[in-house]
Ligand binder design. Structure first.
Ligand SMILES: O=c1ccn([C@@H]2O[C@H](COP(=O)(O)O)[C@@H](O)[C@H]2O)c(=O)[nH]1
Length: 273
């Protein structure tokens, strides 16, 4: 099954929420774990047990594993496999982007079955030009996997670049949404976009035909009520709000993590209904 219908099935079964696995040092300490590879492994294991069986999409933040080098990557591999086994769609938040020939290698790392990091989808940066993502677009389509392309990010610094105007008159962010929509017209749901929940985005998302990952809930200040306002007019069935720290602060108990996922999801579903 291609990524779009698979994603739609997961969200229909589990609700609209992407739960992040972001093992910040501060969270490891709050959970009573050492800031070490052993602490990282225990943290990730608790997330696999508490979050992955209930969240539609789980998003490991690669940076927090990468900071421990090869041992951290080994924990990430186990985490990806464990989350997929628990039935979650795994979106690895790696934000890769480079010239096309290098992009092909990133694509092998994150989307090829033979790779131990293979995920259902990966975040990518289009700021070397959307066309530079072509190897990833082709591979995602051929392997029934997904890409999530940064369009209008949740951080305050993104606007200067993302809101600037391109030759054709629209914003850079809108040009990325439009390029994603063009791919999705032939291959529905292959390309999602990232649009933060923290502010008005000014984008026309009506023709996207793919998921809208919206980080910023909780720790960055956005609320479920903000989502309904900011995404008015978009096809809300594609909206995928994301939260990490606000859920993870309930750990390390697996049952408490599970309850935090369910409460966040219910709040979102109520606000969007
Ligand atoms: O625009 C973006 C793109 C990605 N992120 C990532 O999402 C999570 C948010 O974590 P919180 O703890 O819920 O703030 C994190 O991994 C970011 O790197 C984003 O926040 N904004």
């Amino acid at each position: 099954m291609s990524f779009g219908p698979r994603y739609a099935d997961a969200v229909a079964a589990r609700g609209r929420l992407c739960a992040g696995i972001d093992p910040h040092a501060a969270l490891l300490t709050e959970w009573g774990l050492p800031v070490s590879v052993d602490g990282l492994r225990s943290f990730a294991q608790a997330c696999v047990e508490g979050i992955a069986p209930v969240a539609a999409v789980v998003k490991p933040q690669v940076a927090f594993f990468e900071q421990f080098g090869s041992a951290g990557f080994a924990v990430l591999e186990e985490t990806i496999a464990g989350c997929r086994e628990a039935g979650a769609i795994v979106l690895s938040d790696a934000k890769r982007g480079d010239i096309g020939s290098t992009m092909a290698a990133y694509t092998t790392a994150w989307l090829d079955d033979a790779s131990p990091l293979c995920s259902d989808a990966v975040t990518v940066s289009p700021y070397l030009g959307f066309g530079s993502l072509a190897p990833a677009v082709t591979a995602a389509r051929d392997a029934d996997r997904g890409l999530f392309v940064l369009a209008r990010t949740s951080n305050p610094e993104g606007g200067g670049l993302q809101q600037s105007t391109v030759e054709t008159g629209g914003t850079v962010a809108q040009s990325i949404v439009d390029a994603a929509a063009e791919v999705n017209a032939a291959s529905p749901g292959t390309i999602g976009v990232v649009v933060g929940a923290t502010r008005e985005h000014g984008l026309d998302l009506a023709s996207l035909g793919g998921a809208i990952l919206s980080p910023g809930l909780g720790a960055q200040g956005a609320t479920a009520a903000d989502l309904a306002r900011i995404f008015e007019g978009a096809d809300l069935s594609w909206l995928l709000p994301a939260a990490s720290r606000s859920i993870l602060r309930s750990g390390p108990d697996s049952a408490a993590l599970r309850a935090a996922v369910e409460a966040t999801r219910d709040e979102i579903e109520n606000a969007l209904s």
